[in-house]
Design a protein around this ligand. Structure first.
Ligand SMILES: C[S@@+](CC[C@H](N)C(=O)[O-])C[C@H]1O[C@@H](n2cnc3c(N)ncnc32)[C@H](O)[C@@H]1O
Length: 258
């Protein structure tokens, strides 16, 4: 089951690697600005960016840190990231193939650990957070940035179902209270949380994930035909141009290692 989930991640991102390189959504976002603010990178910091993808978070940290080690388990994403690093002339970013749930790094070897837009793919997020907590030194920071689910279980399950129908490598999004609990259980004291709303357009959302036409139709019907409570929670609206607008929250959470 866990191996299947990881194989699904590799195949999904191997197909999308070149596209990610030019994706404005992943290069810039309110979440990335909040992550940088909460991470507060400093000139002596040894940073590790977990599930770096094509490296956007690592590149945003690099000018402010001593060095950044960027880890991902999809070789194609790292190849794209290496090309981008060269184009940007960033000499203090290194890449390493590795799994978030068993990081190939020494304990207490980092001052700062970041992980953006990836936790919902991890089969066992508590294991990945425990690894992030292990590699950061006492007093160091772990900053996680990801979509988050509503606190209501029914709405959260609906969101996961839609996400999985769009991208089979989605595992789960968690509500803020669950994420806080997971941090605290790993010895990461939560000191700051920022939640922002992410507004999405259905056509763009499914195109980015390469969803086939017939699946697009049934997914669109599921959103438009959702319960009034779900339509309100996810701000689902049929637009004049025929597209569907909707959205959910993104959370950035800062934990300090005790
Ligand atoms: C949306 S991309 C990452 C975006 C990137 N962090 C950024 O800020 O632009 C998600 C990445 O998570 C990686 N990933 C998913 N599960 C992983 C795991 N268990 N270990 C390492 N990387 C993983 C995928 O290979 C993919 O490159």
């Amino acid at each position: 089951m866990v191996d299947d989930a990881k194989a699904s991640v590799r195949s999904q991102f191997a197909r999308q690697a070149a596209w990610y390189t030019v994706s404005a959504v992943h290069r810039r976002s309110a979440g990335l600005n909040a992550l940088l603010r909460l991470a507060a990178p400093g000139p002596a910091d040894r940073a590790v960016d977990v599930a770096t993808g094509t490296g956007f978070t690592a590149f945003a940290l690099a000018p402010h840190c001593a060095r950044v080690l960027a880890v991902d388990m999809t070789p194609g994403m790292l190849e794209e990231a290496r090309k981008l690093r060269k184009a940007r002339g960033l000499g203090n970013v290194a890449f390493c193939l590795g799994d978030a749930e068993s990081l190939p790094l020494r304990s207490a070897s980092a001052d700062l650990v970041t992980c953006r837009h990836a936790a919902h793919h991890f089969p066992h997020l508590p294991a990945a957070l425990a690894e992030m907590a292990r590699i950061v030194r006492t007093g160091g920071r772990v900053v996680l940035d990801d979509t988050c689910a509503p606190e209501d279980r029914v709405l959260a399950a609906l969101m996961d179902d839609w996400e999985r129908r769009r991208d089979p490598s989605h595992v789960a999004s968690y509500p803020p209270t669950r994420l806080r609990e997971m941090f605290e259980r790993c010895g990461l004291g939560v000191t700051d949380v920022v939640v922002t709303h992410v507004a999405l357009r259905f056509n763009d959302w499914v195109r980015r994930a390469g969803v086939r036409a017939e699946q697009q139709a049934s997914l669109r019907a599921a959103l438009v035909g959702a319960s009034p409570a779900a339509r309100a929670a996810f701000r689902i609206r049929l637009e004049d141009d025929g597209d569907v607008s909707f959205g959910w929250d993104e959370i950035v959470i800062l934990g300090v290692k005790r």
